[in-house]
Unconditional design. Structure first.
Lengths: 114, 789, 214
């Protein structure tokens, strides 16, 4: 297998990020459990983070001078923090919804139906 | 103080006091004393003070213008002829009326509308009479209107639920109207010009309207009020025409100004057609002169010289006649003369004191007063019309009074009849006799009305068949009324002495007899009608007295409850009874009496009679009727006619030797004719009201089918246009807007399905859109890049 | 035989772990298992971060995500996971739809990832790049305080002008975090509407027998 011997490039990291992102999106689209949707969001954010880190690392690509450097790390850190805040607020909303409806099934939340 | 300044002040005070009382009661009436009883005190106080002031003014006049004693009078009557006329004119000049203006309301060219006065002895006597009768009636009303102080249950009005009407008492309102009436009546008497007369003429009319309709809840009362008012309008219409003729031709409203032009001093106070009327009638000739003349002065000169010729040719004569007839027309309405007499009997729906004051003593006499005041203006033709109208009235009313059973209606027709006497007297030249009868009649007729009010108050019914035998129950009322009956019948000892009616009626009949001597045809008709009327008067008056007071009670229930009226009602009866007895007398050992006093005011120029030089009729000088042959004859005739009437009444109703029912059966048609009041109401219904109704219905039909059709169709056209407009509006404008809205709505409804509220579908939609976007961008990337570069 | 590239080996390991667990999260119906899979996945991602030379971010990933956010999620799971709610199955149609969408998205992303030739291979001398100068904590800390130590030798004045540190974003993020946490605490308070309270003690509409005052 090639990957065992050859060094990985930026594209490989991007593939991992893409997979995480897509699983996150699928998770959000299919889960009926509100907490599951939150988890999907975490996955999506991690996929994005993966890309930031990959682009920030200078040694992963042939055209070395174009890497983001510390800026990418910084954005990744902000995303992590943002995700934490988002998780807290999202979870609070879910709990509130749960208290009101005694369920976490988002299909039950149809009050805003047109 | 000088008489010319004192009299206007005194009389103006007497005149305005009731107005002040009226104003105060209007403002504060309901709060005066307990339930407004203070209003009565105020009004009574005002009118009593007015009476005192009038009396003072009368005495003041007497002290300045003493009346020659009987001897002088007799001497004057002996030497008649032109010398006497000349000597007579001299004192007449001295007795010039006190005339003037208080206040000018406005001036229109030569015409001045003023509040003025014209005070002579007639004014003063009228003032004293009106205030005295009004004072008595004010006192009397305290007793009669006592019920009005509390809650009144009207026995004649049933409400829709079948209960008797209960209402608040209107004591203060009654006195308020009385005060207004006194003010108006006194203003009418004191008026110095015709415009003012007309104003107060209408004011007394409205007071009469208000007081007839005092029991406004009774349909009959409000109808009677309307009838009185409307019938009076007919008369006032004629009066307005007369006033317009006078004003447009003479240019003045004041009595003095009119009389000066009608009977100028340089023509010996003979009645001539005034220049104004001649010029108005000769308008064509004047136009010719004005067109041909060189200068205005010349034209005026020519007109001046031509005027006597025109006058002799009869120009303007008809204007004078129209003026006189117009004025008399108003008097016909107000004094309830034929053919406008129909309102007065109905006016008895008002409270009895009102009937006594307004519809017997004062207001209805105002017509006679005005005829007397305007006497100088009347031509012989007009006087003859007045005489005939009076004669018809007196005879007709007297016959109706025989059959009437309502006590007040008997008196009402009696009033109409007596007013006819006065008119007749004035018409045949008996100026003094007519006005003298006016004064005496005021006293005895108000006495009779108040007596009937006392009876009604005791019996609670107006129907004489229900009464009878009340003499013992209410002696004061019975005997004061007997005095009244005697007075109106003219009871007395012939040639010597009698009650007031004796003197006044005798002088009227004497004047008629004197007239008969000069005009055989007219004279016979008028004299015998009047004499017959006198007999009928005595008959119905004693019928009334017998039915009410004599015999046995015909209705036990009524008789049991009957009682003598309170002192407040009896006292005025006594006062008026005394006045009814003595009003015709002279003050002992002098020649001062009501007749001689009024005689001082005899219009200048009428002393020698009217119409001596015309072919129509000759109204002889009143002086002639006092001569022994005429006077003695008439006295006996009057005595026997009255006695005959009295005996007939006594036989039928007093001793009941004959049954009136037999007579009634025998003369069925006549009885019905009289009972129906000569079918006057039916006649008027037929010839006036019915045609008016037909015409108004026709007009209404024209209105409905002509004008309404036009209006309807134009409205329909407008409606059609607006419908078209609406259609355009709705279809095009609204349609556009609505269609946009509808499509938006439909789109919203369609898109609504998309808004599922399902969070996962949203996620999928986002993802799907992202993918699509990516695909599109990827597919067209090269083109975009190419375009960018 | 070539020497085994351990960097690549570990990359492969962590990539498989993270992607595998992520897929497991997506396909699992059980919320508790999903939470566990997610922890594993995120931990593997932090390993990838380490491999990429982002040691500080990786550490933060472990600490904040795995140690903080996921504990929060675990609490949420535990609070809401009652009986039937643990497993809420999704219909087959939804799955097909989600898979098609995800597949399409993945294709596009992969196509993008491999679209640039330079991204596929690292530099010629990989030894230099790997394992060298990996300490990013200190420059990041300095950057957050406003000093960019990694780009002191930048000569381009235009670029230097844009090199201001991350002090302001850092402050904004910290305040944002504070607000979000307070808001979350407020939102998560247990306040049940009256219509859901079965036995009525202390319900809004209830009258207390003691009367109005306390």
């Amino acid at each position: 297998m090639n990957l065992l011997f050859e060094p990985v490039g930026l594209a490989h990291y991007l593939v991992v990020g893409a997979i995480l992102f897509v699983t996150g999106v699928v998770c959000m689209a299919t889960k009926r459990n509100a907490v599951g949707i939150l988890m999907g969001i975490e996955l999506v954010l991690n996929g994005a983070n993966m890309n930031f880190i990959a682009f920030a690392t200078p040694g992963l690509r042939a055209d070395e001078g174009l890497s983001l450097g510390l800026d990418g790390h910084m954005v990744a850190l902000f995303v992590i923090v943002l995700a934490a805040a988002e998780a807290a607020v999202g979870l609070a909303i879910v709990l509130s919804f749960y208290y009101n409806h005694l369920t976490v099934d988002v299909d039950e939340a149809e009050e805003l139906k047109g | 103080m000088d008489l010319t300044t004192a009299l206007p002040v005194l009389l103006a005070t007497a005149w305005l006091l009731p107005l002040g009382s009226f104003a105060l009661i209007v403002l504060f009436g309901p709060w005066m004393g307990r339930r407004g009883v203070g209003a009565g005190y105020l009004a009574t106080g005002a009118i009593v003070v007015s009476f005192v002031l009038s009396l003072i003014a009368l005495l003041g006049w007497l002290s300045h213008h003493p009346i020659a004693d009987a001897g002088h009078h007799a001497a004057e009557t002996v030497e008649h002829g032109h010398e006497a006329a000349a000597s007579h004119a001299a004192p007449a000049e001295a007795l010039k009326p006190v005339a003037g203006d208080w206040y000018a309301l406005g001036r229109f060219g030569s015409l001045a509308i003023t509040i003025g006065y014209y005070i002579d002895s007639l004014t003063l006597v009228m003032f004293t009479m009106v205030t005295l009768v009004a004072s008595c009636i004010h006192f009397y009303s305290f007793g009669y209107m006592h019920e009005e102080l509390g809650i009144v249950t009207d026995p004649l009005v049933r409400k829709a639920n079948g209960r008797l009407l209960k209402r608040k008492g209107r004591f203060h309102r009654f006195y308020q109207y009385l005060s207004l009436f006194c003010f108006s009546m006194l203003g009418l008497v004191i008026s110095g010009n015709v415009a003012m007369v007309f104003i107060f003429w209408e004011l007394v009319g409205i007071c009469s309207y208000l007081l007839i309709g005092f029991y406004i809840e009774r349909k009959s009362a409000s109808n009677a009020a309307n009838k009185a008012f409307i019938v009076n309008r007919v008369g006032d219409f004629g009066m307005l025409i007369g006033l317009m003729v006078l004003w447009s031709t003479l240019g003045t409203f004041s009595f003095g100004g009119i009389f000066e032009q009608v009977r100028p001093a340089d023509a010996g106070h003979e009645l001539i057609v005034p220049d104004g009327m001649v010029h108005a009638a000769a308008a064509d000739e004047i136009e010719q002169i004005t067109l041909t003349a060189a200068t205005p002065e010349e034209a005026n000169q020519a007109i001046e010289t031509a005027t006597p010729g025109w006058r002799n040719a009869g120009y303007g004569q008809w204007l004078l006649i129209i003026a006189g007839l117009g004025i008399f027309c108003g008097c016909v309405g107000k004094s309830a003369q034929f053919p406008l007499h129909v309102w007065l009997p109905d006016a008895m729906e008002g409270p009895t004191p009102v009937s006594a004051l307004i519809h017997a003593a004062t207001m209805v006499a105002a017509g006679v007063y005005l005829v007397g005041r305007f006497y100088p203006v009347f031509t012989p033709e007009v006087l003859l019309v007045i005489a005939y109208v009076g004669c018809i009235t007196l005879f007709m009313a007297a016959t109706i009074a025989i059959t009437a059973t309502d006590i007040k209606r008997v008196l009402a027709y009696s009033t109409v009849s007596q007013l006819g006497y006065m008119m007749l007297s004035l018409g045949v030249g008996g100026w003094l006799a007519g006005l003298f009868h006016l004064i005496t009649h005021a006293f005895f007729k108000s006495l009779l009305f108040l007596g009937s009010g006392s009876v009604i108050h005791a019996c609670h019914t107006n129907e004489m068949p229900e009464m009878g035998g009340l003499r013992k129950k209410m002696p004061w009322t019975a005997y004061t009324m007997l005095t009244g009956c005697l007075a109106i019948s003219g009871a007395g000892i012939p040639l010597l002495w009698g009650l007031s009616g004796f003197h006044s009626k005798d002088s009227i009949l004497a004047q008629l007899f004197s007239f008969r001597i000069q005009n055989s045809v007219h004279g016979n008709i008028l004299f015998w009608a009047a004499a017959g009327g006198a007999a009928i008067t005595a008959c119905y008056m004693f019928r009334l007295w017998y039915l009410t007071f004599a015999g046995k009670p015909r209705n036990e229930h009524v008789a049991q409850h009957a009682h003598e009226s309170p002192a407040a009602m009896v006292a005025p009866l006594v006062i008026l009874a005394v006045m009814a007895a003595i009003a015709g007398w002279k003050v002992p050992f002098t020649n001062v009496g009501v007749d001689t006093l009024i005689g001082q005011s005899r219009p200048v120029g009428t002393e020698l009679g009217v119409g001596a030089n015309t072919a129509v009729a000759v109204m002889p000088a009143e002086r002639l009727s006092h001569e022994k042959p005429i006077h003695n004859t008439v006295s006996w005739i009057a005595f026997f006619t009255a006695l005959a009437g009295f005996l007939v009444a006594t036989v039928f109703y007093g001793v009941r030797r004959l049954d009136p029912d037999d007579v009634r059966k025998t003369f069925g048609p006549v009885y019905t004719f009289l009972c129906r009041k000569w079918y006057f109401d039916e006649l008027y219904q037929l010839i006036f009201i019915r045609p008016v109704m037909v015409i108004s219905r026709a007009v209404a039909a024209i209105d409905k089918h002509g004008l309404d059709w036009l209006a309807d169709n134009s409205a329909r056209f407008v409606k059609w246009i607006s419908r078209l407009d609406e259609w355009i509006d709705r279809l095009l404008v609204d349609g556009l807007v609505n269609q946009i809205a509808r499509q938006t709505h439909r789109l919203g409804l369609a898109l609504r399905a998309v808004q599922t509220g399902n969070i996962r579908q949203y996620v999928m939609a986002i993802a799907f859109c992202t993918v699509t976007l990516f695909v599109v961008i990827t597919l067209y990337w090269s083109y975009i890049m190419a375009a960018g570069s | 035989m070539e020497a085994i590239n351990w960097h690549s080996c570990f990359f492969l390991l962590f990539a498989i772990l993270s992607c595998g667990f992520a897929v497991a999260v997506a396909v699992s119906d059980n919320i508790v298992r999903m939470a566990v899979y997610l922890i594993a996945s995120l931990a593997a991602v932090s390993g990838l971060f380490f491999l990429a030379g982002a040691d500080f971010v990786g550490a933060m990933q472990l600490m904040i995500y795995v140690g903080g956010t996921l504990v929060l999620l675990a609490f949420g799971v535990m609070l809401t996971a009652r009986g039937p709610l643990v497993k809420i199955a999704t219909g087959g149609g939804q799955w097909v739809l989600g898979a098609m969408l995800g597949g399409g998205l993945l294709v596009i992303l992969l196509q993008a990832a491999f679209s640039v030739e330079a991204w596929q291979r690292p530099e010629v001398t990989p030894e230099v790049a790997q394992g060298e100068d990996l300490a990013t904590a200190a420059p990041l800390g300095m950057g957050m305080m406003g000093i960019r130590v990694d780009q002191l030798d930048e000569t381009d004045t235009v670029k230097r002008g844009g090199m201001s540190g991350y002090l302001l974003p850092f402050e904004i993020v910290s305040v944002h975090l504070l607000v979000a946490l307070i808001g979350a605490a407020y939102l998560a308070r247990a306040r049940r509407p009256a219509h859901l309270v079965q036995s009525g003690d202390g319900g809004k509409g209830d009258r207390r027998p003691e009367g109005g005052d306390r």
